[in-house]
Design a binder for this molecule. Sequence first.
Ligand code: HEC
Ligand code: HEC
Ligand code: HEC
Ligand code: HEC
Length: 183
Amino acid sequence: MAKKKKDGILPFVLGVIAILILGWWIFPHIIFSEQEQPVHFNHDQHMNLEEQELKCRDCHFFRNDGTFNGRPDNELCAGSGCHDEMQTETAAESKLVNQYLEKNRTIPWKSYQKQPDNVYFSHIYHKKFDCSSCHLDLGYSEKLPSYHENRITGYSKQTMKMHECERCHAQEGASNACFICHK
Ligand code: HEC
Ligand code: HEC
Ligand code: HEC
Ligand code: HEC
C-alpha cells in the first residue's frame, strides 16, 4: 500500500518541477531574445561629473515645439567640453567616439518603452510625472540593463501595458476613450 502511494507522488513532483522550469526559464528564453544596448551608457557617472553639473533635462528635454528629444543625439554628445575629446580611457567611450561620433552614425539605442505602432503617446501631456512612473528607474544606474525583445511581435518586454496606462488615466481623471491612445 505504502509503496503504491509513493509511486503516484514521484512522477507528479517531477512533472511539477519540469513545468516550473519550462514556464519560468525555457519559455521566456524562447519568446524573448536578450540584447545589449549598443553603448554601455553610465547614468551615474554623468550625474556626478566634477567639472559640469548635469541635469536629466540636459539630455532628455522638450524642444520649443513641445516634442520630446528622447535621447541626446551625436551633436549633443560631441558638444564642446563633452566627447569632442576623450574624457576617460574606457572601452565604452572609445566605442562611442570611434564608431559613432567620428563616423557620424546614429546610435541604434533600443527603447525599453517602445510601443506598438497603433499606440499614440506623447511626453508633453505627461511632463508633471517622474520618469520612473513609466520607465525603469535608470537615472542613477551604472549600466543600462539588457533589452528583451519579443521574437514574435518585435516589441520590448518592458513596454507599459494598456491596463497600466488606463489605471493612471482613471486615477488622474484623464480620458480612457479608445481614440485617445489609438489613432
Ligand atoms: C548625458 C546625457 C544623459 C543624462 C544627463 C541623463 N540621461 Fe537618461 N539616457 C541617456 C542615454 C544615452 C540613454 C539611452 C537611450 C535609451 O535607453 O534608449 C538614456 C536612457 C534613459 C532612460 C530609458 C528610456 C527607455 O525606456 O529607453 C530613462 C528612463 C532615463 N534615461 C532617465 C534619466 C533620468 C531620470 C536622468 C536624470 C537623473 C537622466 N536620464 C539623465 C542619456 C542621459
Ligand atoms: C506617462 C509615462 C511616461 C513618462 C512619465 C515618461 N515617459 Fe518616456 N516614454 C514613455 C512611453 C510610452 C514611450 C514609448 C513611446 C513610443 O514608443 O511611441 C517613451 C519613450 C521614451 C524614450 C525613447 C525615445 C523616444 O522619444 O521615443 C526615452 C529616452 C524616454 N521615454 C525618456 C523619458 C524620460 C527621461 C522621462 C522623464 C523626464 C520620461 N521618459 C517620462 C512613457 C513615459
Ligand atoms: C502616471 C500617470 C499616467 C500614465 C502611466 C499614463 N498617462 Fe497618459 N495622461 C495622464 C494624464 C494626467 C493626462 C492628461 C494630461 C492633460 O490633460 O494635461 C494624460 C494624457 C494622455 C494623452 C493625451 C490625451 C488628450 O487629451 O489628447 C495621451 C494620448 C496619453 N495620455 C496616452 C498614454 C499612454 C499610451 C500611456 C501608456 C503607455 C499613458 N498615457 C500612461 C497620465 C498618465
Ligand atoms: C490610456 C491609453 C489607452 C487607451 C485609453 C486604450 N488603449 Fe488599447 N492599448 C494601449 C497600449 C499602450 C497598448 C499596447 C500595450 C499592450 O498591448 O498592452 C494597447 C493595445 C491594444 C490592443 C492590442 C491588443 C493587445 O493586447 O496586444 C487592442 C486591440 C486595444 N489596445 C484596444 C483598445 C480599445 C478597444 C480601447 C477602448 C475601449 C483601448 N484600447 C483604449 C493603450 C490604450
